[in-house]
Write a protein that binds this ligand. Structure first.
Ligand code: NCD
Length: 309
C-alpha cells in the first residue's frame, strides 16, 4: 500500500508518469469514467479548501467513484475530542482512500501510520502540499513541454507557503539548478530548506525583493498569497499584506512565452487585469489539478491505467 505524504514518496519516474497519465485523462476523460466504480474516497478537511477538496471530489466522481467526508471538522467527532488515530482507523471500514488536510504539520504522516487504506496529504500546515505540486507540474508540462529546463521565480510568502516548499524541492530533484526567490525579508524561504536545496541538489538561489528585478529573465513566475492564517499576530500580517502585486504594467518586459502560475486563492497579489493576459494560466492550473488527481487516485487504488496484471 502506498501513501502520498510528501513529494519524495514517489520517484521522479512515477511523478512524470502521473503527469503524463493526467494529460491523457485530460484529453479523453470519458475513457476512464468507470475506473473507480464501487470505490469510495474519504475527504477529511480539517482546514478550509476550495480547489484541493473539490478537484479531488470531482476527480473521484469523473472516475465513477463516490465521495464521503467533511470540510468542517466541527461536524466530525474531532469536536468531541476524538483522536486523529481513531478517526483514521475507522475510515478504513468506510472508504478505499483518504485525502486529508490538517493545520498541524505531520498530521497526515501520523494518519498514514494508523491507516489500513492509502492516505494522501492535501496540505499540512506550512509544511507540504504534494498534490498541488503534481498540479503545478502537469501545468508546466502542458504549457512549457517539459518539467525541467526553465528559469523559475517564486514570489510571495516563501516562508509559510507549503505549495512552494513542495514544488521547489521537486523541481530541484528534476534537475533545475537555479531559482529566483522574490519576497520581503520576513517571508523568505526557511533556511533549512535553502540548505537542503544547496547541499543536496547543488541549486543556486538568487534572492531579490521585487518582481521587477527578475521579470524579464524568467520562464515561469509562481505567485503565492501571504498565508495570513499562519501568522502569530495580526500586526505582522497587516505590515506585509500588500508587499507585492503583479500588474499588467509589470508584465510588459516579461518574455512572451513566460507563464504566470498561482495555486490560488488569490487575495490581492495579482491584479485582475492580468487575468486576460495569455501568459496567465492560474485558472487552467486549477483545471489541470482534476486530471492529475484522477491519475493519482487510479495509481493508489491500482485501477484503470494502473491496474495490476
Ligand atoms: C494552497 C494551499 O492550500 O496551500 N491552495 C491550494 O491548495 N490550491 C495555497 C494557499 O492557500 O495559498
Amino acid at each position: 500500500m502506498r501513501h502520498l505524504i510528501e513529494p519524495e514518496d514517489f520517484s521522479l519516474e512515477e511523478i512524470e508518469e502521473l503527469v503524463d497519465t493526467g494529460l491523457k485523462m485530460y484529453a479523453d476523460p470519458k475513457a476512464y469514467n468507470k475506473a473507480c466504480e464501487n470505490k469510495i474516497l474519504a475527504s477529511l478537511f480539517f482546514e478550509p479548501s476550495t480547489r484541493t477538496k473539490f478537484s479531488f471530489d470531482s476527480a473521484m466522481m469523473r472516475l465513477g467513484g463516490n465521495v464521503i467526508g467533511f470540510s468542517d471538522a466541527d461536524t466530525s467527532s474531532a469536536k468531541k475530542g476524538e483522536s486523529l488515530a481513531d478517526t483514521i482507523r475507522v475510515m478504513g471500514y468506510y472508504a478505499d482512500l483518504i485525502v486529508m488536510r490538517h493545520p498541524k504539520e505531520g498530521a497526515p504522516k501520523l494518519a498514514s501510520q494508523y491507516s489500513s487504506i492509502p492516505v494522501v496529504n492535501a496540505g499540512d500546515g506550512g509544511h507540504q502540499h504534494p498534490t498541488q505540486t503534481l498540479t503545478d507540474l502537469i501545468t508546466i508540462k502542458k504549457y512549457k513541454g517539459t518539467i525541467s529546463g526553465h528559469t523559475v521565480a517564486f514570489c510571495g510568502d516563501l516562508k509559510y507557503g507549503r505549495t512552494v516548499h513542495s514544488l521547489i524541492r521537486t523541481l530541484a530533484r528534476f534537475g533545475t539548478k537555479k531559482f529566483m526567490l522574490v519576497s520581503p525579508e520576513e517571508l523568505k524561504l526557511p533556511s533549512t530548506l535553502k540548505r537542503q536545496l544547496v547541499d543536496k541538489y547543488g541549486v543556486e538561489l538568487v534572492e531579490v525583493p521585487y518582481i521587477e528585478d527578475v521579470i524579464d529573465s524568467i520562464d515561469i513566475l509562481y505567485m503565492t498569497r501571504i498565508q495570513k492564517e499562519r501568522f502569530f499576530n495580526e500586526a505582522d500580517y497587516l505590515k506585509l499584506k500588500n508587499s507585492f502585486k503583479l500588474t499588467r504594467e509589470k508584465l510588459k518586459t516579461a518574455k512572451s512565452d513566460m507563464i504566470v502560475m498561482h495555486p490560488l486563492p488569490r487575495v490581492n497579489e495579482i491584479a485582475y487585469d492580468v487575468d486576460d493576459d495569455p501568459r496567465a494560466v492560474y485558472f487552467e492550473q486549477s483545471e489541470m489539478g482534476v486530471y492529475v488527481r484522477m491519475a493519482l487516485i487510479a495509481k493508489l487504488l491500482e485501477v484503470g491505467p494502473y491496474v495490476r496484471s
